[in-house]
Design a protein around this ligand. Structure first.
Ligand SMILES: *Cc1c(COP(=O)(O)O)cnc(C)c1O
Length: 364
């Protein structure tokens, strides 16, 4: 059965443009980019565009997506960007060239597995500058681990250090925390008596420092997903402007299955919704409402959808239904028509992952 709707349209030509723009911007500051593919389930034909348009390699938090990449082209360099699980070291060694690490036990296991499989693997040690997600917090400890890797591990190459910011702890990248990472890198360099190849200064949010022209010189690598894929967070939350970049690369299209004039306020005794939540309802009288054949299982949270028809309001959703108010729309919708949405990161993630959403790649 070929599914028509819901459908996720992915505008590959526009994504390619965005890749070139960000790679170009960062190249001017001698920064290489890992294209991060986890936001759209790592669809390989889209991921290929990252390396074809100037990214050094591709990165994901999911080994399956990196394996799929190697399956279509074994020469594409892959980076595991979530700290590997001990239970997946074999796959890490087989399907990735580089991984971000913060546990000696795991790096030792990677080294052992490499020995058994006749492979080598590169690691970037993560240092936590304050976002309190992954990474060493103690400088002595990361230096010690770096020395052990450098001197005792035959199959592991210590490629450099990296940090992650703005993900859990909501910490902003600053000249100060970037310099802290560089300081740590330089302590390691002193201990192992050579230069590190990579100092990886973070993800999309760190692009702000490059854009401002203030990124400290020794930061030479970033891992970027959102800014290339959606170009939304830095524009909407951070107030940056990126000329000639697209922000409508992922469009979710859903079909109208019911259209009726209905009250805006539920009738009867209000209790909890399908997910056990207490919802507030505002009484704005009778409205023309449409139900679309798409639900939370396909987009997660309806507040992460942006109707392209700006006169439509999203009212609510359940697992398989999305309710929209079309009273003020200039378009006369009918049953079987579709309504399209631009997406925030969370909705892109869900829609790309849902087996119930058809995917269509548009190359223009
Ligand atoms: C997801 C992730 C990235 C990319 O984040 P974006 O905000 O999409 O650029 C980079 N590094 C790590 C470790 C990540 O988990």
């Amino acid at each position: 059965m070929e599914r028509l709707y819901p459908r996720l349209e992915i505008k590959l030509g526009q994504i390619e443009n965005n890749i070139r723009k960000i790679v170009g911007l960062c190249k001017n500051s001698n920064i290489n980019i890992t294209g991060v593919i986890k936001g759209y389930n790592g669809i390989p034909s889209v991921s290929k565009a990252f390396v074809e348009n100037g990214c050094a390699n591709i990165g994901s938090s999911r080994i399956e997506q990196l394996k799929a990449m190697k399956d279509i082209d074994n020469d594409i360099e892959t980076m595991m960007i979530r700290i590997p699980m001990l239970s997946e070291v074999e796959e890490i060694v087989k399907y990735t060239d580089i991984s971000l690490n913060s546990e000696l036990t795991t790096v030792e296991a990677l080294n052992d597995k490499c020995g058994k499989l006749g492979k080598t693997h590169k690691v970037i040690l993560m240092f936590d500058v304050g976002d309190i997600r992954e990474g060493y917090f103690d400088v002595d400890e990361i230096v010690e681990v770096a020395k052990i890797i450098e001197t005792d591990m035959k199959h592991i190459e210590l490629m450099g250090v990296g940090t992650n910011i703005g993900c859990y702890g909501s910490i902003k990248p600053t000249i100060k925390n970037m310099n802290r990472l560089i300081e740590v890198a330089e302590v390691i360099e002193k201990a192992i008596e050579r230069k590190l190849e990579i100092i990886s200064g973070g993800a999309t949010t760190s692009v702000t420092l490059v854009k401002d022209g203030v990124m400290p010189e020794r930061i030479n690598h970033l891992r970027v997903g959102e800014e290339i894929l959606l170009n939304r967070d830095l524009v909407e939350y951070w107030g940056y402007e990126f000329n000639d970049m697209y922000d409508d690369n992922f469009i979710l299209i859903a079909e109208i299955v019911e259209m009726k004039d209905k009250p805006s306020y539920p009738v009867g005794e209000i209790f909890i919704d399908a997910f056990g939540n207490i919802t507030e309802y505002e009484d704005i009288g009778i409205r023309k409402k449409a139900i679309l054949g798409v639900g939370r299982q396909d987009f997660g949270d309806h507040t992460k959808l942006i109707p392209i028809d700006t006169n439509i309001q999203i009212i609510g959703s359940s697992s398989d239904h999305l309710i929209v108010d079309i009273t003020d729309s200039k378009i006369t919708y009918k049953i079987g028509d579709t309504i399209s949405f631009n997406l925030y990161y969370g909705a892109m993630l869900f829609a790309s992952n849902s087996d119930y959403v058809a995917k269509k790649i548009i190359r223009e």
